[in-house]
Design a protein around this ligand. Structure first.
Ligand code: PEP
Ligand code: MN
Length: 366
């Protein structure tokens, strides 16, 4: 009796292997079909075809399984081979950690951003308004250890009659002040044809929230040798944000920094809602450095310290904050820029004072 069982079990083992061989062969044929269909832009799942196959199997079934069991067994096989071919079809995105395992470090005018480097601080006015204003802010932030200066020369404004920025003159003012104070210059580009101008003046090209899906602009700055700071769109999903970064990488620019700047929600107490999970997720999903713009996120001075701490706690590689000599008379974002004494308090309260000193040691050895 025992011998008989042993030999039947051996037959079962052989049959198992045959079934495995057959389902594996079936999976590779299904994957071939899937690849052909996706190259034609059509979906692999065809419910009519599935029903025809099940009907044929039920008709051919001579037992012992009943029709429902045969259907459910084969449905499992169909599903498994489809999942397998979808897995093989999944595109390897350049922004993904699956493609690029190590953290990307973007170096902007000698300042490394990302990975284990100390979190940077990008500080400066919302808009470049005058020679005097820029000189005052650049001198102030540089004296506090800041290495990256921001300032918009082309401003994306909701109201077409409000201050639009000084244009090329603003870029020149920003560049000269940055050179005087050994700062990297970050400024927003809105128009693809302005790229040569920006390449002459700035160290880091900012693509603003309103242009995150301006694909022509993305392709253009993706072909630049300058690093890019890509803000998340006002209502962009994390996937859309990463896809926008994909445009830049796909054009050959590997030096991309993501920047979460708050998203539109129903909340009225804040200008936008800082999406901290997006910061953590962007760090998990992609290898790119991520900054948090705390000024535009909350739109409130009294939240700058809390949002900075939150951003750094979830792994941000740096923070962007707006500083103005006299925010009350600023030509844009008057409610949320901070003056110099407030900037000093901000540095103390966020711990950035120490961080910037550490960074000085790391960079310059003193
Ligand atoms: C800015 O940083 O100057 C700006 C306009 O920000 P955002 O594109 O995030 O609104
Ligand atoms: Mn602003």
């Amino acid at each position: 009796m025992q011998e008989k069982i042993q030999s039947l079990r051996a037959r079962i083992d052989t049959l198992n292997l045959k079934i495995l061989e057959l389902v594996s062969e079936r999976a590779s044929v299904a994957a071939e079909i899937g690849a052909l269909q996706s190259s034609m832009g059509s979906s692999q799942y065809d419910p009519v075809r599935e029903q025809t196959m099940l009907d044929a199997l039920v008709a051919a079934n001579r037992g012992p399984f009943d029709a429902a069991t045969v259907k459910s067994l084969f449905k499992q096989i169909f599903q498994a081979s489809m999942q397998q071919s979808q897995k093989q079809e999944k595109r390897a995105y350049l922004t993904s950690r699956a493609t690029h395992g190590t953290d990307t470090v973007v170096t902007v005018r000698g300042v490394p951003i990302g990975s284990k480097h100390s979190p940077v601080l990008v500080a400066g006015p919302c808009a470049i308004e005058s020679e005097e204003q820029v000189e005052a802010v650049a001198a102030q932030v540089a004296s506090r250890g800041v290495k990256l200066f921001r300032g918009g020369a082309y401003k994306p404004r909701t109201d077409p009659y409000s201050f639009q920025g000084l244009g090329e003159e603003g870029l020149r003012i920003g560049r000269e002040a940055c050179d005087r104070h050994d700062l990297a210059f970050v400024s927003e580009i809105m128009t693809p044809s302005d790229l040569p101008l920006f390449e002459e003046y700035v160290d880091l090209l900012q693509v603003g929230a309103r242009n995150m899906q301006n694909f022509h602009l993305l392709r253009t700055v993706g072909r630049s040798g300058k690093p890019v700071l890509l803000k998340r769109g006002l209502s962009a999903t994390i996937e859309e944000w990463l896809m926008a970064a994909e445009y830049l990488l796909n054009e050959g620019n590997p030096n991309v920094i993501l920047c979460e700047r708050g998203i539109r929600t129903f909340e009225q107490y804040t200008r936008n809602t800082l999406d901290v999970s997006a910061v953590a997720l962007a760090k998990l999903e992609s290898h790119l450095p991520v900054l948090v713009d705390v000024t535009h996120s909350g739109g409130r001075r009294d939240l700058l310290v809390a949002l900075t701490k939150a951003g750094l706690a979830v792994g941000a590689d740096g923070i962007m904050v707006e500083v103005h000599p006299n925010p009350a008379i600023a030509l844009s974002d008057t409610k949320q820029q901070i003056d110099f004494p407030a900037f000093d308090r901000y540095l103390d309260d966020t711990g950035y004072h120490a961080k910037l000193s550490e960074k000085r040691v790391e960079l310059y050895g003193f």
